[in-house]
Design a protein around this ligand. Structure first.
Ligand SMILES: [Zn+2]
Length: 349
């Protein structure tokens, strides 16, 4: 068995570094197949809704190698495969040249090879411990489909404390073949809590959600007692100021014409008092460059944020917003290691 891991998130000014943040893999983990090790594999034909057939062990779910490509007219899913497990030898280059001269291609080898007797697989995952920005608390597990590289997966999220994610590559094929044999939809089961809502999934398809799906399969309910007593909270814009021209002066000396405005908003529950808050926004038609990039957009054109202690009654509020815009863009320039075009020109003549 081999263990490997790499460090993730090193932190920046938006997200502080976590205590632990790593992706890891344990490879060459022997697969748990005691019966097959004792009795040998039990080859059967397997396949999907699409006309493809291959050979797999009915007991442990391990595929033949190569898995084979059988004729669906002759082989039914679940039928025991009694032919010898010997792959067709690849056509030699001499024969391939001879066929090519006559304008022919060698027919594709379709016979399955042997099923590995000492199979191994990988178990991997991600662990994050420390002040995470994720606020979800929950647990879930996934059973993959016949095409999944990650056959089984599970995750535990503990909100700001951290999270753990585990997956297997090939381990668990037996369970997948018993529970989710056909189709290409993985199935998820789990429970989570986010922003006052409890959500559940019970054997729900991972990448598809239909109106006809029963309610027990997937849904969410509010469980915040304030939602139940006072009704759901709703946000509404009350008023906004005119767009006022202002100038953003960057520490590098470049300046940009922008417009700034303030919006008054309130959040209110059906029964209860309104809470008023203000949003500030700046817009720059030309854009303020924050990074040097050939093909990704390198300008910021606008930004909106919740502002405290500033209203249209605050003297010189447009100047305060323009100064904040300069600070935001300056932070972005630092993050992207921005060099002003003039300075870059001097650095590499
Ligand atoms: Zn087996």
């Amino acid at each position: 068995m081999r263990f490997r891991s790499i460090a993730r998130n090193r932190g920046d000014d938006r997200q502080p570094a976590l205590l632990v943040s790593r992706t890891f893999w344990v490879s060459d983990v022997p697969r748990l197949i005691p019966l097959c090790r004792l009795l040998g594999h039990k080859p059967v034909v397997d396949g999907t809704d699409t006309p493809r057939r291959w050979v797999v062990c009915d007991r442990c779910g391990i595929r033949a190698n190569p898995q084979g490509n059988l004729d669906p007219e002759q082989w039914n899913i679940g039928q025991p495969y009694t032919e010898p497990l010997t792959p067709t030898q690849p056509v030699s280059s001499t024969v391939r040249d001879q066929l090519a001269r006559r304008g022919l291609k060698p027919s594709h080898s379709g016979n399955p090879g042997p099923i590995p007797t000492q199979p191994v697989g990988t178990v991997g995952g991600e662990i994050h411990i420390g002040k995470s920005k994720w606020r979800t608390v929950g647990i879930d597990f996934k059973v993959g489909n016949c095409g999944s590289e990650q056959v089984m997966a599970a995750s535990l999220r503990l909100g700001p404390l951290g999270s753990l994610y585990l997956h297997t590559e090939d381990h668990g094929r037996r369970i997948q073949r018993r529970l989710n044999p056909t189709g290409y939809q993985s199935r998820e089961t789990g429970l989570s809590y986010y922003h006052g809502r409890l959500s559940w999934k019970v054997w729900a398809k991972r990448d598809e959600r239909r109106k006809a799906d029963p309610k027990w399969m997937q849904g969410s309910i509010p469980i915040d007692p304030r939602d139940l007593l006072l009704g759901p909270a709703k946000n509404r814009q009350v008023s906004e100021t005119e767009k006022v021209p202002a100038v953003v002066r960057m520490p590098e000396g470049d300046t940009y014409d922008v417009t700034v405005h303030l919006e008054k908003w309130e959040t209110r529950r059906t029964r209860g008092r309104a809470r008023v808050y203000w949003l500030a926004q700046w817009d720059c038609a030309k854009g303020i460059p924050v990074r040097n990039h050939d093909w990704k957009g390198d300008e910021t054109f606008s930004c909106s944020w919740q502002i405290q202690g500033v209203t249209p009654d605050t003297p010189r509020w447009p100047l305060i917003l323009a100064a904040k815009a300069a600070e935001q863009c300056s932070r972005d320039r630092a993050r992207y290691d921005y060099t002003a075009p003039e300075a870059a020109g001097k650095a590499s003549p």
